[in-house]
Design a protein around this ligand. Structure first.
Ligand code: FE2
Length: 230
């Protein structure tokens, strides 16, 4: 018996004696990193027209979101390399990039899912428990829309407005986030609206209030309700 085997855990030694393949729990001390990728869209680029143009959708998804995916993967790779060298200063220096690109990836993934063509699930009114909660916390769906649009209009520079649920109390509220800061902690994001210029400028130019009004025609309330029920 080799000295290597003598140092091996008893369960593994037994498996090796029996000629069994290496048990999975002993298989490796490293792990396979999963790279972030663009999520599949459940509708075509032109499917949200006339509210969001195909040109915006294609650029927004294929270029902007892809950039966040690439940036996140790059920062994660830098951290992994720095960690392997024990360079934790370099690893820590990636934190702002993880927040920006990781947040950008998460925010846009949630955004595509909480939109749908008006000819399908998009628009209309929420139903069931979500509708009751909105009525309780905002008075009406219309008031929620108005408050969300006011929050969106008040964002200086780039950012997002979110309908969120307090995980502890279940209470709904509206929050804004600058740049790509994700909604985290005790708040669960239910519905996000992108207020970056890249989300509307090609179609609406400086008339961003029109974009904020129009996007409600393609809000997928079923997705929002699913997040609310979770
Ligand atoms: Fe965006």
């Amino acid at each position: 018996m080799s000295s290597t085997l003598l140092r091996t855990a008893p369960a593994l030694r037994a498996a090796m004696r029996a000629g069994a393949s290496r048990p999975a729990t002993f298989a490796t001390t490293s792990f396979v990193r999963t790279k972030a990728t663009l999520p599949d869209l459940s509708y075509d680029f032109g499917a949200l027209e006339p509210y969001i143009s195909a040109e915006i959708m294609e650029l927004h998804y294929s270029k902007h979101h892809q950039t966040y995916v690439n940036g996140l993967n790059s920062a994660l790779a830098t951290i992994a390399e720095a960690e392997s060298k024990g360079d934790f200063t370099k690893a820590a220096s990636q934190a702002p990039l993880i927040n920006f690109h990781g947040g950008g990836h998460l925010n846009h993934t949630l955004f595509w899912e909480n939109l749908a063509p008006a000819s399908r699930e998009g628009g209309g009114e929420p139903a069931g428990g979500l509708k009751s909660a909105i009525n309780e916390d905002f008075g009406s769906v219309d008031t929620l829309r108005k408050q969300m649009n006011t929050a969106l209009a008040g964002i200086q520079g780039s950012g997002w407005a979110w309908l969120v649920k307090d995980k502890a109390t279940g209470t709904l509220s509206i929050v804004t986030r600058a740049n790509q800061d994700p909604v985290t902690g005790n708040l669960a994001p239910l519905l996000g609206i992108d207020a970056w210029e890249h989300a509307y400028y090609l179609q609406y130019q400086n008339r961003k209030a029109e974009y904020f009004d129009a996007i409600w025609n393609v809000v997928n309330w079923k997705t929002v309700a699913k997040r609310f029920e979770n």
